[in-house]
Design a protein around this ligand. Structure first.
Ligand code: SAH
Length: 346
C-alpha cells in the first residue's frame, strides 16, 4: 500500500488527504525507510550527490511582531536585543566567501530600524562586493513596493514561511493583528516580482493536525515556491508555548520526504531545528530528500541571542567555520558540499 501511494505521488505530483494520513501514521521502520529512500532518489535525480550551502547571517533580533512560538517575539523582555552594523554584516560575507559560501541569507526579526533604504543599501553593498553570490532576504512581511525595491537593489531570493495555511490554526499561533491573508499576499507578491521564493511551516506546532498539514501541502502546490523550509517546532522558555511539546524527528523526516516527492526540484533545507532535536538530524534530513543546509555565519557572540527556540545548536557542525567537519559528515553518507550559488532550476 505504501508503495502504491509513493508511486501515485511521484507520478501525479499530488496527494490526497487519505494518503497523507496513512503516511503520517506509519510507524513500521521499514515503511519509513522506504519513503525516505524514494525521496532521496528523487533528490539525487535533481541534484546528484551535491548539497547546497547558504551562509545564514542573523543580523537583528529586534522584532515588532509577537508570534506565540518565537523566542525573539516583541514581548519577550528576557531577550537580549542586538543588531549588526553593515560593516559587521559585510565582514560575515567576507568570512563566508573564503569558506566557499556563494549565497548569503540575511535573516532577522521585523526590525523597523532597518528601513527600506537601509536594506537596499546593504543588499547592493553585498552584491557589489560579491557579484557572483546570491542574496536571500528573510525579514518578514512588507509591502509589495518594499519587496520590489529590495529586488531592484539585487536581492535574489526571499524566505517567508507561511507557518500554516489554515485560518484557525494561524490564529492559534499569532496575535490578532497578524493575518494569514497578508502572509499569503506577501508570498504571491514575491513570486510575481521574480524572487526565488520560499514558504514553509513548523512541524508539530501547537494545534497542527493532518488536516492543517494537508492544507499546507495544497498551498505549496498552488504557490509553486522555489524553496520550502520546514523544521520541527521547539518550545522556547520565554514564550506562551513554553510547555508545549516539540515536533518529532519522524514526523519531520516523513514530511521532508513527502514534499520532495511532490516537488522534485524544490530547494529543501535540512534545518538547524532538525539538527537541534537530533544529533544527526541534518544527515537524516538529507537522506529524506533535503538538499540544502544553512550553516550559521553570524558573529559567534550573537548566535546565542538569536534564540528562536531553546537549546539551538551553535558551536558544532552547523557553525559556518566548521564547514569541513560538516562536509566530512555528509561524505560519510555519500554526499558532498557544493561551492555554488545553488539556484533553483526547472
Ligand atoms: N521575521 C522573519 C524570520 C522569522 S525566523 C519572518 O517572519 O519570516 C524564521 C523561522 O523560524 C520562522 O518562520 C519560524 O517558522 C521558525 N521558528 C520560530 N520560532 C520557532 C520555534 N520555537 N521552533 C521552531 N521554529 C521556529
Amino acid at each position: 500500500m505504501v508503495r502504491d501511494i509513493v508511486d501515485y505521488i511521484k507520478k501525479e505530483n499530488q496527494i490526497t488527504k487519505e494518503q497523507l494520513k496513512i503516511l503520517l501514521e506509519l510507524s513500521e521502520k521499514s515503511d519509513i525507510e522506504y519513503i525516505m529512500k524514494e525521496a532521496s532518489q528523487t533528490s539525487k535525480i535533481s541534484f546528484g550527490n551535491n548539497i547546497y550551502i547558504r551562509g545564514l547571517i542573523e543580523f537583528t533580533n529586534y522584532c515588532r511582531n509577537d508570534c506565540y512560538y518565537c523566542g525573539i517575539r516583541n514581548s519577550n523582555s528576557n531577550a537580549k536585543r542586538y543588531r549588526l552594523t553593515d560593516e559587521q554584516i559585510l565582514n560575515c560575507c567576507d568570512i563566508g566567501y573564503e569558506l566557499g559560501f556563494r549565497t548569503f541569507v540575511l535573516q532577522g526579526g521585523e526590525d523597523t530600524f532597518f528601513t527600506d533604504y537601509k536594506v537596499c543599501s546593504l543588499v547592493s553593498s553585498i552584491k557589489n562586493k560579491y557579484p557572483d553570490c546570491a542574496v536571500t532576504l528573510s525579514i518578514g512581511e512588507k509591502t509589495k513596493e518594499s519587496y520590489k525595491a529590495y529586488f531592484n537593489a539585487g536581492a535574489d531570493r526571499y524566505l517567508l514561511r507561511h507557518e500554516t495555511a489554515n485560518e484557525k490554526h494561524y490564529r492559534m499561533l499569532h496575535p490578532e493583528y497578524m493575518s494569514l491573508e497578508n502572509r499569503k499576499r506577501c508570498l504571491y507578491d514575491l513570486k510575481e516580482i521574480g524572487y526565488q521564493t520560499g514558504c514553509g511551516f513548523m512541524v508539530g506546532s501547537p494545534g497542527q493536525t493532518v488536516e492543517t498539514i494537508y492544507e499546507d501541502l495544497l498551498f505549496i502546490l498552488h504557490l509553486k515556491p522555489e524553496m520550502v523550509g520546514i523544521g520541527p517546532f521547539i518550545p522556547h522558555k520565554d514564550t506562551p508555548f513554553k510547555n508545549e511539546k516539540a515536533g518529532t524527528l519522524d514526523m519531520t523526516l516523513k514530511l521532508l520526504a513527502i514534499i520532495r516527492l511532490l516537488c522534485p526540484k524544490v530547494l529543501l533545507p535540512a534545518t538547524t531545528a532538525l539538527g537541534t532535536i537530533d544529533p544527526i538530524g541534518r544527515e537524516l534530513g538529507i537522506l529524506a530528500g533535503a538538499n540544502v543546509v544553512m550553516p550559521n555565519l553570524s558573529p559567534s557572540d550573537v548566535r546565542n541571542k538569536y534564540s528562536l527556540y531553546d537549546n539551538k545548536i551553535n558551536t558544532g557542525c552547523e557553525a559556518a567555520e566548521n564547514i569541513k567537519d560538516l562536509n566530512n559528515r555528509f561524505e560519510k553518507i555519500g554526499y558532498k558540499i557544493l561551492v555554488s550559488r545553488g539556484d533553483y532550476s526547472k
